[in-house]
Design a binder for this molecule. Structure first.
Ligand SMILES: NC(=O)C1=CN([C@@H]2O[C@H](COP(=O)(O)OP(=O)(O)OC[C@H]3O[C@@H](n4cnc5c(N)ncnc54)[C@H](O)[C@@H]3O)[C@@H](O)[C@H]2O)C=CC1
Ligand SMILES: O=C(O)C(=O)[C@H](O)COP(=O)(O)O
Length: 385
């Protein structure tokens, strides 16, 4: 078997080498001519897969080591009998870490407490529901909006905690978007946050987008930020990546290059899930496990002796594992050096090894022991020293 694999996929040899010859190519450069005599295509989110890529190819399996599937014409694949797999939930914990790290950083800069905010979550699937669980465990008030889920589960607004987007806009201090990009249909998400809704946001609202860039009308957000300068934007995803809007980039308080899900754990889970799907496609058993491909974390544990205020302790532990300011600064730096589009992809290609909150064990000395519930709610392992 011959496989073309995105060069940005970690553990590609361990996960795909046993199936045959692995040819690595930058994801944005994979083209029809690379696929003529290829059996399997293993990608991430930057390779559009459609008839024009595959019509002349012999590809029978397409796997994307990502949650999102908007880059793949799955109807075309089904019609051609080409097996398709994605990796649901693989990096959901990493995205939640990103959101918590971002909110804790804003809280410190702007002088508020995360624990006092009301957070709206739009899209309560693998990412949104994990975010909801961690925030609620911390005692943060959460409003959740997911009309497709409400419909599937046969519930109406208010009945089980789902609310409308308008309700979230009216009541929330923070609005987090975790929707897939859906272009058509009753629950389309393209420009879900459109000019009208952006204008309805109360001054001071924090908008976080770690779903897909096109779920927000970037021009409308840019004009509210440039005109009134009364919102805070945390943007990980953008319209037209990597050639994103420079003005919007400059106006975002935290601007990162689509790396919310870029924990090593999340990426390796994605590779492993597609390895398993390919093994099942070719009828082979697989013995590969995450432990088999994932190294131990560089910082596995530390001891906290002091009875710090809750949010200071949360920030300290979060930054010991992942400091979102580093990603914001490296995009700014690379953009200066190389231009925004090239800087965007350079940051992604050279992304430093990042682990998830759950890989850190925090040992609490006597005085720090009251922090156990809050640290464990945020996703750290906690032991009493
Ligand atoms: N920035 C990043 O690095 C990452 C971004 N993502 C993006 O986040 C998206 C969500 O990921 P998951 O939660 O794992 O997907 P999921 O499929 O588990 O959940 C998506 C949820 O959004 C809901 N939804 C769909 N249309 C909606 C609408 N119009 N309004 C409100 N809710 C709506 C769905 O019903 C579903 O519950 C992915 O599709 C992907 O595009 C995912 C991982 C990493
Ligand atoms: O899983 C998803 O969906 C994502 O958005 C990925 O984290 C994106 O990863 P890349 O395709 O940008 O490497």
């Amino acid at each position: 078997m011959k496989l073309v694999v995105d060069a940005n996929i970690p553990a590609a040899d361990a996960c795909f080498g046993a199936f045959g010859e692995v040819i690595k190519r930058p994801g944005r450069e994979i083209s029809a001519e690379h696929l003529r005599d290829v059996d399997a295509l293993i990608i991430r989110s930057v390779t559009p897969v459609n008839a024009s890529l595959l019509a002349e190819s012999s590809v029978r399996f397409v796997g994307t080591c990502t949650i999102g599937t908007d880059h793949v014409d799955s109807a075309y694949l089904a019609q051609q009998g080409i097996r398709f797999a994605n990796a649901p939930g693989c990096n959901a914990e990493a995205v939640v870490d990103y959101v918590l790290a971002s909110l804790l950083t804003l809280a410190e800069r702007q002088g508020w407490r995360l624990l006092d905010r009301c957070v709206g979550i739009v899209g309560v699937g693998n990412v949104g529901s994990r975010l909801q669980a961690r925030l609620q465990a911390l005692g943060v008030k959460v409003l959740a909006c997911d009309p497709p889920r409400a419909e599937r589960e046969g519930v109406s607004e208010g009945e089980t905690g789902f609310a409308s987007l308008e309700t979230l806009i009216e009541h929330c201090d923070v609005l987090c978007l975790h929707t897939p990009l859906v272009s058509a249909g009753p629950h389309a998400t393209r420009h879900l946050l459109n000019a009208e809704r952006i204008n309805e946001l109360s001054p001071g609202t924090v908008v976080v987008n770690a779903g897909r860039g096109d779920c927000i009308d970037g021009l409308a957000l840019r004009s509210r930020l440039a005109g009134q300068n009364d919102l805070t934007a945390v943007l990980d995803v953008w319209e037209n990546e990597p050639a994103i809007d420079t003005a919007l980039h400059d106006l975002a308080t935290l601007a990162t290059p689509h790396i919310a899900g870029y924990s090593l754990d999340g990426k390796l889970r994605g590779s492993l899930m597609i390895h398993q799907a390919l093994a099942s496609h070719v009828g082979e058993a697989s013995a590969l496990t995450l432990d088999g491909i994932c190294p131990p974390p560089a910082l596995a544990s530390f001891t906290l002796q002091q009875a710090l205020p809750c949010e200071d302790a949360l920030r300290l532990c979060a930054r010991a594992v992942y400091d979102v300011r580093r990603d914001h600064e490296s995009l700014t730096r690379e953009a200066h050096a190389l231009g925004l589009a090239q800087g965007f992809d350079t940051c992604r290609a050279n992304y430093p090894r990042r682990r998830e909150f759950s890989t850190l064990t925090v040992c609490l000395g006597d005085e720090a022991q009251p922090l156990a519930p809050v640290l464990s709610a945020a996703g750290f392992n906690v032991v009493l020293a």
